[in-house]
Ligand binder design. Sequence first.
Ligand code: UDX
Length: 436
Amino acid sequence: MRLSVVGCGYLGAVHAAAMASIGHEVVGIDVDAVKVAALAEGRAPFFEPGLGEILSEGIASGRLSFTTDMAAAKGAAVHFVGVGTPQQKDGYAADLTYVHAAVDALVPFLSPGDVVAGKSTVPVGTAADLTPRVAATGATLVWNPEFLREGWAVQDTIDPDRLVVGVPAGDEGARAADILRDVYHPAVGKGTPFLVTDLATAELVKVAANAFLATKISFINAMAEIAEVTGADVTQLADAIGHDARIGRRFLGAGIGFGGGCLPKDIRAFSARAEELGRGESVAFLREIDAINMRRRDRAVDLVVQSLGGTVYGKRVAVLGAAFKPHSDDIRDSPALDVAVRLKGLGADVIVTDPEAIDNSRRIHPQLDYTPHRDDAIADAEAVVVVTEWDEYRKDLTPQHASTLTTGRIIIDGRNCLDATAWRTAGWTYHGMGRP
Ligand code: UDX
């Protein structure tokens, strides 16, 4: 099938390459000529495992191309729209400028019978707002939210847990749903749940899923706060409640909390939209989820300050991690970098290391010092802070090895990813999050 993908950021670039890898003929369109040039050469403009391979394969096969020219969308049966919906500069609501601009630019190239499939995460009601403009061309607007996780984006796109398509009522919607079923034929063929809903439900599914995940993380972080004043261990608590299948252990990792380009902004935009709809109280708890999340960053900084005798001023602190999570070079709203910046603000001599995210970090926070080498960061540090649970720090770094690099012997485990006993036995002072 011929497909266009409008917006080649994180979501769109992966979607375009993944759709080509399952046999479709795909053109990716973006206004950013630099990004388009990189993608057209098969180079991923960001770190995402497996993306480089499927980009190169797609381009070599002749089925995948990238351009800045929207006219290239003409003739495609389905047009995916995957542009960004960032948080507004002066508030919590989502900025829909790019979504509206993309649809307006696409409209002149639509033909009757085409399907426009919105993938961006949007406030509920956006699809209804856009529908008249698309419908005027004889095309059908549907909403097909994307649930991919960074670091697993290729796998999540090709083999998702579920597919959700919101469609308009009647035959037009049923036909559009059938077309989307064909697009995703390999996943549908192997029994992946394919849920057809109305437009508003599809928009809400995405924000509800992210709100639930954020709630799960802040719930366990709230338990960490209680554990901290009672001597309990939140990781044992998470294991114990996680055995209840109704609760489940995943996303019960207490630590410095969630960040990234989705969860923080999506729960804020959801609150803002609920308030516009007169239902602010229904999701008022999301403000608390956000507040708990931000407090964990304070806690990590406090632990460093306390363990260094009440001040970090002039003291060398190694910060292991900058990305908002492992397997990503994304530093958007990264709790790891926030901790580093706060320590620097308190006068610490901070040195940050990360396997993938240093270039991005340096651009945004040039005031911090960086090294690509973990051991150089640890060398002579008075305290070591693990803030992103890369294998390089979680598995490969032993207390014996770290002891050869510094006499500091203080480690703060912001992700509860280290073996506390092993570090203590080796003579280190270990502090976890919500652990005695
Ligand atoms: C998230 C959703 O998982 C995905 O479905 C959606 O499409 C986009 O938003 P992503 O932002 O890639 O994906 O990251 P995710 O793996 O969900 O992690 C989000 C943040 O939560 C990270 O900062 C991570 O470190 C943190 N986290 C995750 C925890 O603090 N504890 C956990 O137990 C799990």
